[in-house]
Design a protein around this ligand. Structure first.
Ligand code: AMP
Length: 503
């Protein structure tokens, strides 16, 4: 794969350049390349089944990319698992992916009983790494082989694994380095945990252009003082985040050009970019360009882009998500799957960065992936329209939502809450403020129970569901009812419930 050779070239010509910085730790290109070579050689010797994925568990440690590259250079895709993911969910991912190895990079306790996968810490492996060992180049993942698999929320209650091949990723990285003002050697900010594909937007464009990544940890995000101290030191040139994250930063007036004087590019993806945010950024960072990009994990991070200039802001109340990259086509579909002629409909993405589908989930894959003009295509479930050649996002057509930048299926949350011993019936409702989801409320009909106070019942339910759901998927509010309203045709009346929980 071209990108791996490019990273190797940087490691050979500039081994002491910093590839990745996290609090208190850094890794150079030379270390990244050599350690991943040794790791690949070691994994190769483990005799794993051909192409079986490897889970990599950690947060923002500089060894995360070592484990990623070690996996792909040994011929195995990796599955990034952030430390915020609960054990039950990790067990399900192992079961679904048939992974035979989990590498712990995080320096935190991790015990998964009865796992079919071998679990080893990277430090244990490092102690045994064969010095000067090299990967076998003919084993490197290439072309249609999976490079990584990212698990996203699934409506059936189980996460689904989006398979991204070397070709998918190369198409994405080539586009980033061609159509954005990203020249070599820049410093990229990484805000998203590796288990979300937004992190791919800085990790690989940075490594493929001899850049350096500055990682923001969840501890920093929880403590604005730490975050701002880190930002000041970061010398960031390229900012990648969700609009929600930058919105949080903008609440502090010191988030401006004085704090980040070298910032030249803002890249946003994953949720609606409100025009008020873009406007504030252009005011506070007059020398930076702001880009809105759009795409799902299933099409490798993003496939459309537009620079948000003062003119664009003046022209459009809702911002466009832009034009597709050169190798990709956007088609709009009618409800029956035929092509829409009035430039409005469900967004279908056609092109080389579209995934081959969900790992081990044929039916689910066939529901959303198809061939169009002989190329892979993905039905996004997003409604959109095209105006003057620009694509606009018009919301979801199902129960998938974005909350604070995180993608989730309301049905998956309902599935896990309904399994609680205290719950007879549940509907999860997003609560909006200024057209943005602020939080989730679970409207519940409880089973008979012995709690005297509602908050006790709520904490008992929360405790049960936190075994399966990460914290960001747990509704903030729980409200209790004797029954939930139905529509005349016997379906749960979500609209009425939404009105009820807003009272
Ligand atoms: P994810 O797979 O987490 O990247 O989520 C993909 C979904 O996020 C898309 O299908 C859209 O619903 C939404 N999304 C991504 N980018 C944008 C954007 N620029 N504006 C509005 N929604 C977006």
């Amino acid at each position: 794969m071209k990108m791996l050779h490019t990273i190797e070239d940087f490691a050979l010509t500039n081994p002491d350049a910093i590839a990745f910085t996290a609090p208190g730790a850094q890794i150079t290109y030379g270390e990244l390349w050599n350690q991943s070579e040794q790791l690949a050689a070691m994994i190769h010797g483990m005799g794993l089944s051909s192409g079986s994925p490897i889970l990599v568990y950690g947060h923002m440690e500089p060894e995360m990319p070592v484990a990623f590259l070690g996996s792909v250079k040994s011929g195995h895709p990796y599955i990034p698992i952030d430390t915020s993911i609960p054990l039950e969910r990790i067990a399900k991912i192992i079961e679904n992916s048939n992974a035979e190895l989990l590498i712990i990079v995080a320096n935190a306790p991790f015990v998964l009983e009865n796992s079919p996968a071998s679990i080893v810490t990277l430090s244990e492996l490092k102690a045994k790494l064969p010095v000067n060992a090299k990967s076998n180049r003919s084993s490197w993942v290439a072309e249609d082989d999976n490079f990584y698999i990212i698990y996203t929320s699934g409506s059936t209650g189980n996460p689904k694994g989006v398979q991204i091949s070397a070709t998918n990723l190369q198409s994405f990285v080539d586009w980033m380095l061609k159509d954005f003002p990203i020249k070599g050697g820049l410093r990229f900010l990484n805000q998203a945990p590796f288990s979300f594909d937004l992190s791919v937007m800085d990790l690989y464009p940075s490594l493929a252009s001899g850049g350096s990544i500055f990682a923001i940890t969840k501890e920093m995000i929880a403590k604005p003082k730490l975050l701002f101290e880190a930002l000041e030191k970061s010398n960031t040139n390229v900012w990648t985040s969700t609009p929600s994250f930058v919105q949080m930063c903008l609440m502090d007036p010191s988030f401006n050009e004085d704090l980040l004087p070298e910032l030249s590019v803002f890249l946003f993806c994953g949720e609606i970019l409100p025009s008020a945010i873009a406007r504030q950024l252009l005011e506070r960072f007059p020398n930076a360009k702001v880009f809105n990009t759009y795409g799902p994990t299933e099409a490798t991070v993003a496939v459309t882009f537009v620079e948000i200039t003062a003119e664009v802001l003046e022209k459009h109340q809702s911002l466009p998500v832009g034009r597709p990259k050169n190798d990709t086509k956007i088609v709009l579909l009618n409800e029956d799957g035929t092509e829409s002629i009035d430039e409005e409909g469900e967004i279908l993405i056609v092109g080389p960065s579209v995934s081959k589908g969900y790992l081990g989930q044929k039916e689910l894959t066939e529901r959303s992936f198809l061939r169009y003009d002989g190329k892979m295509a993905y039905r996004t479930g997003d409604a959109g329209y095209i105006e003057n050649g620009l694509l606009f996002y018009k919301g979801r057509m199902d129960f998938q939502i974005k909350l604070h930048g995180y993608r989730m299926e309301l049905e998956e949350i309902e599935h896990h809450i309904s399994k609680s011993q205290y719950v007879k019936m549940v509907v999860v409702v997003p609560v909006y403020q200024n057209e943005k989801i602020e939080y989730l409320t679970a409207a519940i009909v409880p089973e008979p129970h012995s709690f005297s106070k509602e908050f006790q019942l709520t904490s008992a339910i929360k405790k049960e569901i936190s075994e399966n759901l990460p914290a960001y998927m747990i509704p903030r509010k729980f409200t209790y009812y004797v029954d939930l309203p139905m529509t005349p045709n016997g379906k749960i009346d979500r609209k009425q419930i939404r009105e009820k929980v807003m009272l």
